[in-house]
Design a protein around this ligand. Structure first.
Ligand code: FNR
Length: 180
């Protein structure tokens, strides 16, 4: 029997009609039966990172994030780029994880999607720097930049571009392989 893989999925956008959140759900829809996804919706609830608050009985939202990561075998991040960088809320979450170690050796896949022709390349590079710093295992074949996301994902959140869909299926396969 195939091993069940628990994946925590995180979108870096708080926007209700976020293309990255819709994309994250579309990717979940492509997953094999042995992948169980849990969506983390708490980025907006985390306090601004402050080491003074990072004590044993620290903020409940932070403990919840750490618990959710501890319970996950792997992580999928889908994020936009803002101001040539990682959205502040997502970077803030990662800052809370620098000293606590939840990403240590955690198989992680990263997708950036943007309506621009660049696909969020700066946010992509930047988040990989941070994830590498906290010793996440960036899965080989587990990174993807999607330019012109508005032409590849329709308003119903369905991927309409076959090459993009194939690439995302392959990204999930890479995540599974890394966990096997
Ligand atoms: C953007 N956007 C953007 N896109 C990009 O590729 N690089 C960038 O630096 C920025 N910067 C930026 C700043 C601000 C203030 C806004 C409002 C937007 C465009 C961004 O990619 C687009 O709005 C996406 O649709 C946001 O992602 P979600 O919310 O759809 O997932």
């Amino acid at each position: 029997m195939e091993k069940t893989i628990k994946v925590l999925a995180i979108s870096g956008s708080l926007r209700e009609k976020s293309s990255n959140t819709a994309l994250m759900h579309a990717i979940i829809g492509l997953a094999r039966e042995n992948m169980i996804f849990s969506v983390y919706n708490g980025l907006g609830d985390l306090p601004h990172f402050n080491p003074d608050l990072d004590v044993d009985d620290g903020p409940e939202s932070v403990l919840d994030l750490r618990t959710r990561l501890n319970e996950a075998d792997a992580v999928l991040i889908c994020t936009p780029e803002y101001g040539n960088g990682v959205p502040g809320v997502l970077k803030n979450a990662l800052d809370w994880l620098v000293s606590s170690g939840q990403f240590m050796n955690k198989p992680t896949a990263v997708v950036t999607a943007s309506p621009t022709p660049m696909g969020g390349d700066k946010a992509h590079d930047s988040i990989l720097l941070t994830l590498n710093m906290i010793n996440a295992t960036i899965v080989e074949g587990g990174t993807m930049m999607i330019p012109h996301i508005n032409l590849k994902l329709n308003k119903e959140g369905v991927i309409t571009d076959a090459i993009t869909e194939k690439g995302l299926s392959s990204l999930l396969e890479s995540l599974v392989e890394a966990c096997s």
